[in-house]
Design a protein around this ligand. Structure first.
Ligand code: SF4
Ligand code: SF4
Length: 111
């Protein structure tokens, strides 16, 4: 059973890189290391409802790091999600996010 999930709302994500930069900051990642790459949509892992609307959106390398992410460990929304102006990114319970995704054009990554 999945332990964690990340949802990207494809209608709200503008591919702005804020989540990627937040992840680098909060995890103190060295130059060149990215845990949340912003990928062009042709690298999409999944297509939902037959369409994708964004040119690019974040795709986690792995969600292993998100389980131990500092903000989440303290019971808060992780910085990648809280900086997202469009509220396009959510990290949390797989069942909740998969249910939420049914009403959205979204991709959900689970681990
Ligand atoms: S998920 Fe939010 S912060 Fe990340 S690229 Fe999309 S709009 Fe920007
Ligand atoms: S939850 Fe934490 S580790 Fe995972 S992408 Fe967001 S900031 Fe990075």
């Amino acid at each position: 059973m999945a332990k964690i999930a990340m949802l990207i709302d494809l209608e709200c994500c503008v591919g702005c890189f804020a989540c990627q930069n937040a992840c680098k900051l909060v995890n103190n990642l060295p130059d060149g290391v990215i845990w949340l790459p912003i990928m062009p949509k042709e690298h999409k892992p999944e297509e939902v409802n037959g369409k994708l609307y964004m040119d690019r959106f974040p795709v986690p390398v792995t969600l292993d790091m998100c389980i131990e992410c500092p903000d989440r460990a303290n019971g808060h929304e992780p910085l990648c999600a809280s900086v997202c102006m469009g509220k396009a990114l959510k990290v949390g319970n797989p069942d909740e996010l998969l249910t939420m995704a049914k009403n959205l054009r979204a991709v959900v990554f689970t681990k």
